[in-house]
Design a protein around this ligand. Structure first.
Ligand code: ZN
Length: 230
């Protein structure tokens, strides 16, 4: 049987409701020299913060099509397209496992690896690539993540692993038109998680939200095979 990647996104439609499940298999590792990280507490913080950022609900404009019977034999039936507003509810489910060395990571898991400060100079965290399966976190920032003082690093780095780009970075439009935000859009969404390091709105405590458009992009990324990349 084919092994599925870390993220599986299941979209179920029931009438006017759309249920979205973001399901992730992941392992947690402490690769620091001192090995003092409480990975159980970090895992709990990750689950809490991801639920708080990603479990959103919103209305989505959809289109239904159908046929109108004319009733007269010699006239063709007409097709119609009707806009309907459906209600989207997102849920997140994490399957976490603690490992003692990164080579214990299974092929179908994402990895969250805590690293020494000198391995991630100038960064809070990093992903191996956009849509990638590996997230590296800097040891220095783990206590504030566990205490809930830093509520941005986790949802931000998982955002990259869900294929999201920074919304305030020049040239992002080349890769993703909808993620290049203008100033009006930034003012409307000051608390977004995807501001880059040094962005004016980036704040460890308050940059915690995503937009419905970003959630739609995540779902598209999954359908287009842009997640679970090496
Ligand atoms: Zn980033």
């Amino acid at each position: 049987m084919e092994q599925k990647g870390g993220w599986t996104i299941i979209v179920n439609e029931y009438g006017m409701t759309i249920d979205v499940l973001l399901d992730l298999y992941m392992s947690l590792c402490d690769s620091t020299t001192s090995k003092k990280i409480n990975l159980t507490d970090l895992g709990k913080a990750i689950e809490k913060q991801l639920k708080s950022t990603y479990e959103i609900s919103y209305d989505k404009l959809c289109y239904t099509t159908g046929n109108i019977k004319n009733g007269l034999d010699y006239l063709p039936t007409k097709k119609y397209v009707r806009p309907v507003v459906k209600h989207v509810q997102v849920h997140i489910k994490l399957h976490q496992r603690i490992i003692y060395h990164i080579n214990q990571k299974l092929g179908n898991e994402h990895l969250v690896d805590v690293r020494d400060a000198n391995k991630l100079i100038g960064l809070y965290g990093k992903v191996n690539k956009i849509g990638g399966t590996e997230i590296y976190l800097k040891e220095t920032f783990i206590p504030s993540i566990i205490k809930g003082l830093d509520k941005n690093t986790i949802p931000h780095e998982f955002g990259h692993s869900l294929g999201l780009y920074h919304v305030d970075e020049p040239w992002v439009w080349i890769k993703s038109m909808r993620e290049q935000w203008n100033i009006q859009k930034m003012i409307k969404n000051k608390t977004n998680i995807m501001y880059g390091g040094g962005g004016v709105y980036l704040n460890d405590r308050t940059s915690t939200t995503i937009t419905p458009e970003q959630m739609n992009i995540i779902i598209e990324n999954y359908k287009l095979g842009r997640l679970n990349l090496g």
